[in-house]
Design a protein around this ligand. Sequence first.
Ligand SMILES: [Zn+2]
Length: 102
Amino acid sequence: MEPKVLKIGIHKYAISEAMLDGDEGSQKWGGTDWDESTIEIHKPLCKINKRLALLHEVLHVIFMHTGIQQDEAERLCNEMEYPLLEVLTKNEEVIRYIGGYK
Ligand SMILES: [Zn+2]
């Protein structure tokens, strides 16, 4: 089941899939609308790429709430998305412990 909402602080971002327009020569995988508090993931992506795109947008939301500038945030998101996905994928016990889940 795909998640429908991302909560951070007092904010809630609605998550949905959509047909996103690409930039010149590349397809946009995801996007966050700060005014509408929405995250959209490109619908035709395969499941693993949807997960990666959502993680990228989650990182954007985290950085947005830290005040890091957008250009720097994009670089950090790109650098962190693969290693963080790997940690999240391969370490369920650690993630459950950090998150306080049983
Ligand atoms: Zn980005």
